[in-house]
Design a protein around this ligand. Structure first.
Ligand code: SF4
Length: 126
């Protein structure tokens, strides 16, 4: 099934991705901003992961992320959505919250939602 999805949506791998996937998990790349500049950051060494380009030419609008989500939302039984990309998700708190609401409306509580954060959200939002 993963191979089928990957083949059907291989065109998404040729452009910067706000939504990408590994196995049954959806990943959300909603920003390239980050409050840190870690030397070991994968962004210093790669353009993306899993064949997806995660360096974004600009910060994506909420509508763009939702459009990208809608394109793959029915393709398989996603078990988890993870806000994890080439930036710190709380840098786009408005987008993070709006997309979370969209995911809850679309999947109810069957989808586990997780935020991969550097823990600096309080400082970023202050
Ligand atoms: S995305 Fe993560 S690893 Fe990269 S600079 Fe930010 S906190 Fe560090």
């Amino acid at each position: 099934m993963v191979e089928m999805v990957n083949k059907q949506y291989s065109h998404l791998k040729n452009k910067p991705a706000t939504v990408y996937w590994l196995d049954n998990k959806l990943y959300l790349n909603i920003t390239n901003k980050c409050s840190n500049h870690c030397l070991f950051c994968i962004r210093n060494f790669q353009e993306g992961v899993g064949g997806f380009i995660l360096k974004l030419p600009e910060e994506p609008s909420i509508d763009r992320v939702i459009t990208d989500l809608e394109e793959v939302s029915n393709t398989k039984n996603w078990t988890e959505a993870v806000f994890c990309g080439f930036g710190e998700p709380t840098e786009r708190l408005d987008c993070l919250l709006e997309i979370t609401r969209w995911l809850r409306r679309r999947y109810g509580k069957s989808l586990h939602i997780r935020v991969n954060t550097n823990g600096q959200g309080d400082l970023i939002i202050a």
